[in-house]
Every structure is written in C-alpha cells, then in structure tokens.
Design a protein. Sequence first.
Length: 200
Amino acid sequence: MPQTKFNRRDLVAAGLAAAGLAALSPPVPALGQGAALPLTPSCDGKTAVTRRQTEGPYFTPSSPLKPDLRGDGAGEMLALSGFVLTPLCRPVAGALVDLWHANAGGDYDNSGFRFRGHQFTDEQGRYQFLTRVPGLYPGRTRHFHVKVRAGRGPVLTTQLYFPDEPGNARDGIFDRALLMAISAAEGGRLGRFDFVIATA
Ligand code: FE
C-alpha cells in the first residue's frame, strides 16, 4: 500500500496547509504543529450545545493520549479536526477529546486501545486526530464515538456521522446535527466537526 498523502489543496480547504504534507505522514505527533487555523465559526450567542448521544457498549476508560490512532490497521485514512467551543463560540483550550471507534471490519478492540485515544485542545481550542474510516457493524450506520470535557465541566458523550452514508436513514440513533463535514483528499478523507460544550 503506498504511503498515504493528502494534497495541499485539500489541506488548505481544511485549514491545515501550514502543517504540510509531512505533518500528516508519520511521525504524526507533529500533526497540527504550526498549522494554520481553520476559520473560527461565527456565533451569535445562540449556538446550541452539541447534542448528546448514547455512549454505546464499547467505551473503555483511560484511553492513551495520542493523536494517531491508525496503528497497523487496515482502512482508509481520515484526518479528523475541529474546535471545541463555548456557546459564545469562544475556543476552549485544554479540553479533553476522547475518540473511539470500530476498525475497518466493524469490530471494537475491547481488550486494548486500538482505535481509542484522547487529546487536549490547543490554545486555539483545536483538536486533531489521524485515524481510519470506521467499518460497519450490524444495526448501526458508520460513526465515531466521542467524549468531550472542558475542565470540570460536564462530559459531553456523543457520536459523529458521515454524510451520504446509506445506513444513516436506517439507523434510529443517527442525528443530522452530528454530521461531520467530509472532504476527499489524496489517499484519504478530511473530517471536520466543531463541538459546542457547556463549561463549568
Ligand atoms: Fe459504535
């Protein structure tokens, strides 16, 4: 399998241009370092807090702190990024973002931490993960699981969805408000979702 790379135009579109292609290739701890900011969403103070969803049966606490969840697993690469914001659209620095999802075959790692990890938002409230597109399992459309928490504020537990996914219409949990913005990139996809959370 060739080394996955995202082209510069897609990175510009995602606001990641300054990170350069190398930043999206291993070693991924550089991911986002020095990256240009995506545009901070405008906000009228009435922005709804991101909707909660069920945690599901496969959450494992104490995931590792890491931005690269790809491991040696199969599946299409996906760079997921965005902001954590207050309802007034103020970036939340140091917010915990915990991501877990199924592998390309639709299975969760319930004994270890494959496709499980967390990060803290940077000074501009940004988070970024590099992972793979989750596979499907019976009864659900394609999704990520996420927990977000700022300081000692309440934990937001929710899920993120893919647009244009045939299973969305058949999934009773699916919520359009939780659709990521997905764009194609060379060798993978870019996903964008901004969380709006209550802060303590
Ligand atoms: Fe799930």
